[in-house]
Write a protein that binds this ligand. Structure first.
Ligand code: FE2
Length: 411
């Protein structure tokens, strides 16, 4: 198969992509189609590696308002509303909602999803559903499952045993939620437990870390220290870290050295955290998004995630990662032309690093032919005009498509 005349970010001129047996066989200008070879002219449109959703809660998608809406807009009322909905979960219910959202995200060019799954449920219903879907959908999307203790590890009955059970059943990563634990001691203990479990089992880690406006919430320093001491490094991710928005600069400057040493990744969720944070402030109201600009400048890997779609923590959302980047660049004040041109990285290469996708990811000869073609000549235009993903290919197979949008003024 030959995809002719695509534009690649950072590369001058148009190139052709030849795909043989599901792998990029050649990437060069002016390749000639051989006899009978399927060919499509992209007419200079932008090709990118597939989008990577580095943080979402698929188990709760499409449950907003069931049985009640989150009226205060706080994280903590969201956890209460979800605890009520969690009682009603069945494997069939979870699978039906996740199947809808995964296909929706596929039309936006997403082929990799790291989902947190609440394991503070004695039956582990959502986890069982997601484990089945990981297999059923593997040809179309790579699902990575984080065992996420929504109501705590030390503060929830049998919390430790549920985490171990989730690892036994096949979770890809271990989570934690230090800011929700009853005490600071429990927060530290839960992080030590989670790090040891990930280390023993050879699993990835992704912690909901300091998702609160409390400047005294400092789970991150414990997580980064343990990651450093155990040599877990880039296998560990600190998600949200919204308290960092409120840290004093002296503390943050000292912390930054440790974060660099540890090699851990960060995920910011700009849509949901500008919605949830600052809710108890009068004025000024904090934005509550972690220090993306400073972490990036320090050479630390940061990606952006959706977090929630139409659930107790976000009443809106479609799963289009362009919306996350668009909002994220505004709220983190990364609006320089070069920053905007490069901003797809928060949901492509940086997010691939967060997921530890390794050398299988990217448009390069010898790698799996997984890529998307957007209806725009550049990422700057795609971002600005919300350009649709016209085609999404996985191992050379077309798995999702959309038509160019038609808009015209009739005067
Ligand atoms: Fe989250």
């Amino acid at each position: 198969m030959l995809i002719r005349n695509v534009t690649l970010p950072g590369r001058e001129g148009r190139v052709d992509l030849r795909v043989t047996d599901g792998v990029f066989a050649a990437i060069d200008p002016g390749l000639a189609a051989s006899e009978g070879e399927e060919s499509w002219d992209a007419e200079g449109r932008l090709a990118l590696p597939p989008f990577v959703e580095s943080h979402i809660h698929l188990d709760s998608v499409l449950t907003a308002g069931e049985p009640a809406w989150n009226q205060s807009g706080t994280l903590f009322e969201g956890i209460e509303r979800w605890a009520e909905r969690k009682e009603l979960l069945t494997v069939a219910d979870v699978k039906a909602r996740v199947n809808r959202v995964v296909r929706q995200q596929a039309t936006f060019g997403v082929q990799y999803i790291r989902t947190h799954v609440d394991v503070t449920d004695p039956d582990l219903t959502a986890l069982r559903a997601l484990l089945e879907l990981r297999e059923e959908l593997a040809d179309f999307v790579t699902l990575q499952i984080v065992a996420f203790p929504q109501e705590g590890i030390c503060s929830f009955p049998d919390g430790r045993a549920l985490m171990e059970k989730a690892a036994d059943l096949g979770a890809d990563a271990i989570g934690a939620i230090p800011h929700f634990e009853f005490t600071r001691e429990y927060a530290v203990e839960s992080l030590n437990f989670a790090c040891d479990l990930a280390h023993e089992r050879g699993l990835l880690m992704d912690v909901h870390c300091d998702e609160i406006d409390d400047e005294a919430s400092r789970g991150l320093e414990t997580l980064a220290t343990r990651a450093y001491e155990l040599g877990l490094g880039s296998r560990v991710t600190a998600s949200h870290t919204t308290a960092m928005h409120s840290y004093n600069n002296a503390y943050f400057t000292r912390l930054l050295r440790l974060l660099r040493l540890s090699g851990i990744n960060f995920v910011a969720n700009p849509l949901v955290n500008t919605h949830l944070q600052g809710r108890i402030d009068t004025y000024p109201k904090r934005r509550g998004v972690t220090r993306v600009k400073e972490l990036t400048a320090a050479g630390i890997n940061v990606s952006f995630g959706t977090d929630d779609i139409q659930d107790p923590w976000n009443p809106l959302g479609t799963g289009n990662l362009r919306d996350v980047v668009f909002h994220g660049m505004y709220v983190t004040q990364q609006m320089g032309y070069g920053e905007l041109c490069d901003s797809h990285r928060f949901v492509t290469h940086n997010a691939a690093r967060t997921l530890n996708l390794g050398d299988d990811y990217g448009i390069e000869v010898g790698r799996p032919a997984r890529f998307v073609v957007l209806d725009a000549p550049s990422w700057f235009d795609a971002l600005n005009w919300n350009a649709p993903v016209l085609r999404s290919y996985r191992d050379g197979r077309l798995i999702a498509r959309s038509e160019p949008a038609v808009r015209e003024a009739l005067f």
